[in-house]
Design a protein around this ligand. Structure first.
Ligand code: SOE
Length: 388
């Protein structure tokens, strides 16, 4: 017997669309006891026309222009927080106080202090929760983790992450407003560190364990931009680029690079792990390919290298690959939007089985602490230890 879960989407921008699509699709592809229903969505009163159009397009039953009213409605079971970052804290606290299930976009908050209050509220309320680090559910990235967990990489030496884009190179790109709030520090909290490196950090710690310490450098290439809300040219306070070195608790070394000034790169999220027995490489511009270098047998440690040794390319579309038995037939690919559907399916399965899906908000707080340490290191020029 299906159980209905009424969803309130708090936010209807880019992420609102990605989530709305996941709620609409999940029941068509996964066998789940819980069936989400898009009950209501929130948008600002001045954007009411957009909000109504959004609701009509996605079949959402009602609209609200007061999010506080929405999150306390009796007919809502799940509050999905996909408004810009500066609102996450208040919405999560109100939703937790109302006893709602909470699913929140990344990064968790503007900073770790806010994140701590959010996790405390969630844990006090005892409500199920999730942070949408969707890239864990790219089938090839899930397979990356599986290969590492199977011991095929062996002792890890190096983890390398790059997350580059190029959409802010033009000095005429404004900051703020609906489209460019990610460039406004008062709304976003930080630049590439919270927006892009948060993904890289989440994936890195998931695959290679906790980061123990970091040292970072950041740059803001374009120091002033016109602000959409005021029309004035204002100082830009976000990090346009960030690079940091990391030491993992397992002894391996990490390098992380992110920028919005890598001409030619649109959403280049890449990672490589080099270990004693092998290595794995992934990049999101080739989303179905995982590259694996096999050097030694994980059981015996014996060298398997011969004249055929080399990087092996795995087209991650077979039924035995993560998530792929839920979609099409081998060889038929899935895309960006499916990573949200896969994430949602795992979350709903977690509600059904009682084994909560990860990452939850506490895990998001861990990532937030690493982001804060990276930014502090960039300010002070020193290594910063991450509280474990
Ligand atoms: C930024 O351009 C952005 O939309 C991020 O905010 C998302 O988290 C990332 O997945 C794609 O790029």
């Amino acid at each position: 017997m299906a159980k209905t879960l009424n969803i309130a989407l708090v936010g209807c921008g880019f992420m609102g669309r990605a989530h709305a699509n996941a709620y609409s699709q999940v029941g068509h592809f996964f066998d789940l006891e819980y069936q989400p229903v898009l009950k209501a969505c929130y948008g600002r009163p001045e954007n009411r026309a957009n909000l109504e159009q959004f609701a009509a397009r996605w079949g959402i039953e009602s609209v609200e222009t007061d999010w506080r009213q929405l999150v306390t409605r009796d007919d809502i079971h799940v509050v999905d927080v996909c408004v810009p970052n500066h609102m996450h804290h208040d919405v999560v606290l109100a939703a937790a106080a109302a006893g709602k299930i909470v699913v929140c976009e990344k990064p968790l908050a503007m900073n770790a202090a806010e994140g701590e209050a959010m996790v405390a509220a969630i844990e006090k309320a005892g409500v199920a929760n999730l942070i949408w680090f969707n890239y864990r559910r790219v089938p090839a990235i899930s397979l990356f983790k599986q290969i590492v967990d199977e011991g095929r990489v062996g002792r890890p030496f190096h983890y390398r992450a790059v997350y580059n884009q190029d959409y802010t190179i033009d000095a005429n790109v404004p900051q703020g407003g609906r489209a460019m709030w990610r460039l406004d520090s008062k709304v976003a909290g930080s630049g590439v560190t919270g927006d892009l490196l948060a993904h890289s950090i989440d994936t890195a710690e998931w695959i290679n364990g906790p980061i123990a310490r970091v040292v970072a450098s950041t740059e803001t290439f374009i120091k002033e931009r016109q602000h959409t809300d005021t029309g004035q040219v204002e100082k830009v306070d976000i990090d346009d680029a960030c690079m940091f070195l990391a030491r993992f608790a397992n002894g391996s070394m990490g390098t992380f690079e992110s920028t919005r000034y890598a001409r030619g790169r649109k959403n280049y999220n890449a990672m490589e792990l080099n270990g004693e027995n092998g290595a794995v490489f992934f990049d999101l511009e080739n989303p179905h390919m995982l590259e694996f270098y096999r050097y030694a047998d994980p059981q015996t440690g014996n060298k398997v290298e011969d004249h055929l040794t080399g990087w092996q390319k795995i087209h991650v579309t077979n039924f035995e690959h993560p998530y792929m038995d839920k979609w099409w037939v081998p060889g038929c690919t899935i895309g960006y939007e499916h990573t949200f559907t896969n994430t949602l399916a795992d979350f709903l399965k977690g509600l059904e089985t009682g084994t909560p899906a990860q990452p939850d908000l506490r895990s998001g707080l861990r990532t937030q602490r690493v982001c804060d340490a990276v930014l502090e290191s960039a300010r002070t020029g020193t290594w910063i230890d991450i509280p474990q």
